[in-house]
Write a protein that binds this ligand. Structure first.
Ligand code: NI
Length: 167
């Protein structure tokens, strides 16, 4: 297992559109293991393959405090959404930034598991937010892009300054 490097916003590679996984195999399972380890080490509650510069439709989520409820979604598709919620979000690719985003309150997702078998999951609340946030990464979208242009410009300046100070 290995801790993978997480791309940092505004890295252009975060805007790459992920391709479907054609075949779930040992390489997929190894990647998922490393993604989970990277997410837990960060620590975070979700990670998309896009964030580790692998442009395949794979996300991992674990919102449990004990880090023992790993959920893996390969080629996830949203079948149904309903309701609305405003929640504060953060992202391992945008460390230290938390902003409110409006999302669906309920989502029904269909995906493949680590054996390549399809499953359907209905999620609500925070789990639903996490799934939508991670799925956005697969289409090249980072949560801060829901903010106004002005806020995004300020945010990029802030991150730039912070990175300079960290050198
Ligand atoms: Ni994120």
């Amino acid at each position: 297992m290995a801790i993978l490097q997480i791309l940092q916003y505004p890295d252009e590679r975060l805007h790459t559109i992920a391709k479907k996984v054609a075949l779930v195999n040992d390489a997929t399972r190894k990647l998922v293991k490393n993604m989970a380890e990277t997410m837990y080490a960060a620590p975070g509650v979700g990670l998309a393959a896009t964030q580790v510069d692998v442009h395949e439709q794979i996300i991992v989520v674990d919102i449990s405090e004990e880090h023992n409820q790993l959920m893996v979604f390969i080629n996830p598709e949203i079948l149904k959404i309903s309701g609305e919620q405003d929640g504060e979000e953060g992202c391992l690719s945008v460390p230290g930034i938390y902003e409110t985003v409006r999302r669906a309150d309920n989502v029904t997702v269909q995906a493949l598991n680590l054996k390549g078998e399809p499953f359907t999951l209905e999620a609500e609340g925070f789990l639903a937010v996490c799934i939508q946030h991670e799925m956005d990464h697969l289409s090249g979208k980072v949560f801060v892009e829901y903010l106004s242009q002005l806020k995004q410009t300020r945010l990029r300046a802030k991150l730039k300054k912070r990175r300079r100070e960290a050198l």
